[in-house]
Design a protein around this ligand. Structure first.
Ligand SMILES: Cc1cc2nc3c(=O)[nH]c(=O)nc-3n(C[C@H](O)[C@H](O)[C@H](O)COP(=O)(O)OP(=O)(O)OC[C@H]3O[C@@H](n4cnc5c(N)ncnc54)[C@H](O)[C@@H]3O)c2cc1C
Length: 534
């Protein structure tokens, strides 16, 4: 059971006040974005305030916050600046969390105090050039030699905070000293380990304040004292870490949605002279704000429900965490787009904040599992008859009816998808049905949670929206089966797109940008006879 005492609540309230005050006086998000860097003083101040050790137990220098108190902090940070919030989440959830829960005790005691105060930053490396949305495809290898040493060879990509980090949690396939593959392993790798080389910073569309790098591991020795979880079970640690990070990304989405709603409503309530008068009185405006608001309430209810379970040390079905992330980030993306639209020309100006929110929000739909992958995942779990979710819906959320509807829909989709093999050959028909079912599961969960958590309050209207979304998803799924759209075959797509070359050519610019390489005459290890080649 996590600490949900009045002290926990007081600490959370104090931290929120600190963040609001600090954000107003000491943070300039446009500057952070333009300079592509969070200023060092912000990292240090966050560390001193406890923001970088939110859930680390007090004996290791953290705040030891419950989930219930952690979420408002993330929400507040994201409302202020999504990139800052993501930096905090990467450090707390991807960097610290696996160490806190799965590293040997002496390593925890050694690393956590500095991590919790932000004197060392943490990162998490699983993605590789050939393995992103499917982490199980990683090829990085940790091989135990005859000398008993484990050596890691891997190339990891898009690793958040990597070049700022003191330690990186890395995951790879494991082969024992007899050459037998034995699952996977995870390890905490100090940044100065021989064989570790940091790649360049990658220029991202948004979240420019924080860094993402490629990282190479060439024969990096992994020490038993630095392992994460049992040897052979590294991917289980990675999976658990990413699952909980999905909750944090849901909280980030919630904070940013609320900020968009504030900006939309501020503008719409002041802008007059539009069609029938004030923009806020326009039906389209009110419809969009109502929908975005109802989604944020349902998302908030889901997150609160998850936190309640976690703080009571009760099991949380994976589906709930997946929906918080996948639907949270989708809702945020659409709300940010509506916000820009509602503000008209002002929405498009960088100085009016929402463009940055939109750029920052975009990656949410891709990292920690793209929406499509996650939706497919929860659909296939129900298709395989995993009873966990249905039991949770019926027994914990009191939504036996929704559990039954999902089961009936699963059977219907299973049966009807076999008739679609002409359009979707091989396993495609099954994948298609899984994705449709995933959408239903997600909408069903949000409706069930909204009904239980919100109905007693004054937000019945939000429950009606959630019910409508579930019903629309049901109708859409069945309709997609009965009246499938003319989806082109892969070969037809390739042929048609090849034809576009005659319309627009094959565009690829070759004019170089700026020169940043050292001239051979200046380099330490080069001979002047080598002239810089383009
Ligand atoms: C800014 C940023 C920060 C990141 N930080 C980290 C980090 O700190 N650590 C780390 O390890 N990784 C990190 N990543 C990597 C990130 O998690 C991956 O980019 C992500 O998992 C997607 O993998 P991929 O890019 O290889 O896409 P791919 O695997 O090539 O997938 C491409 C697209 O295929 C579609 N797709 C996939 N599966 C399905 C499906 N079942 N049904 C339908 N469509 C599907 C989706 O639309 C998906 O976006 C980061 C990435 C970015 C951009």
């Amino acid at each position: 059971m996590n600490d949900c005492s009045p002290t926990d609540e007081t600490k959370c309230a104090e931290l929120l006040e600190w963040i609001r005050d600090y954000g107003a006086r000491r943070v300039n998000s446009l500057l952070i974005d333009t300079r592509r860097s969070i200023p060092p003083y912000v990292v240090l101040d966050f560390g001193n305030a406890g923001v970088l050790g939110l859930q680390v137990p007090k004996e290791w220098g953290g705040l030891g916050l419950s989930y219930k108190s952690t979420v408002p902090v993330l929400q507040q940070l994201a409302a202020m600046d999504i990139a800052l919030a993501t930096f905090v989440v990467v450090h707390n959830f991807l960097g610290i969390r696996p160490i806190m829960l799965s590293a040997p005790e002496p390593l925890r005691a050694k690393l956590l105090p500095d991590l919790a105060r932000g004197r060392t930053l943490g990162a998490f490396a699983i993605t590789e050039p050939g393995a992103g949305s499917n982490p199980a495809a990683i090829q990085g290898s940790a091989v135990k030699g005859a000398d008993g040493r484990i050596r890691l060879n891997a190339t990891k990509m898009w690793i958040g905070n990597a070049s700022w980090a003191g330690v990186i949690n890395v995951f790879a396939r494991y082969t024992d000293e007899h050459g037998r593959p034995q699952g996977s392993c995870g390890a905490v790798v100090p940044i100065d380990s021989p064989g570790l080389s940091m790649g360049p910073e990658l220029l991202t569309m948004g979240m420019r304040g924080m860094v993402q790098n490629m990282v190479r591991f060439d024969d990096v020795e992994l020490h038993e004292t630095h392992r994460l979880g049992a040897i052979g079970e590294g991917l289980a640690v990675a999976h658990a870490t990413m699952m909980m990070t999905r909750l944090a990304l849901g909280a980030i989405s919630l904070g940013a949605i609320k900020r968009c709603l504030q900006l939309m409503t501020r503008y719409a309530s002041r802008r007059t002279g539009i069609c029938a008068g004030r923009l806020l009185d326009n039906p389209v405006s009110r419809w969009r704000i109502s929908l975005a608001l109802s989604r944020s309430l349902a998302l908030e209810a889901l997150i609160a429900h998850i936190c309640d379970l976690l703080d009571r040390n009760e099991a949380v079905p994976e589906e709930l965490l997946v929906v918080a992330k996948a639907f949270g980030t989708e809702y945020l993306w659409q709300t940010a787009d509506w916000a820009i639209q509602m503000l008209g020309g002002r929405g498009y100006l960088e100085s009016n904040v929402i463009t940055q929110i939109m750029r920052d929000a975009r990656v949410g739909r891709i990292f920690e599992g793209p929406t499509e992958t996650l939706v497919h995942h929860i659909g296939s779990r129900l298709m395989l008859d995993d009873a966990t979710l249905r039991t949770h819906l019926a027994e914990v959320l009191g939504a036996q009816d929704i559990a039954e509807q999902l089961s009936a829909l699963r059977d219907a989709l299973k049966e009807r998808s076999s008739a679609l093999t002409e359009i979707y050959p091989g396993r495609q028909a099954r994948d298609y049905a899984n994705s449709l079912l995933g959408q239903l599961v997600a909408n069903g969960i949000l409706y069930a949670v909204a009904r239980k958590v919100l109905a007693a309050g004054s937000a019945d209207w939000a429950v009606i929206w959630a019910k409508g979304a579930f019903e629309a998803a049901m109708a859409d799924a069945l309709n997609s089966m009965d009246d499938p759209k003319p989806v082109l075959s892969s070969d037809a797509i390739l042929g048609l797109i090849e034809g576009l070359e005659s319309d627009i050519g094959n565009i690829e610019q070759s004019l170089p940008a700026e020169e940043w390489r050292l001239d051979p005459y200046v380099r330490v290890d080069d001979v002047p006879s080598k002239i810089l080649a383009w």
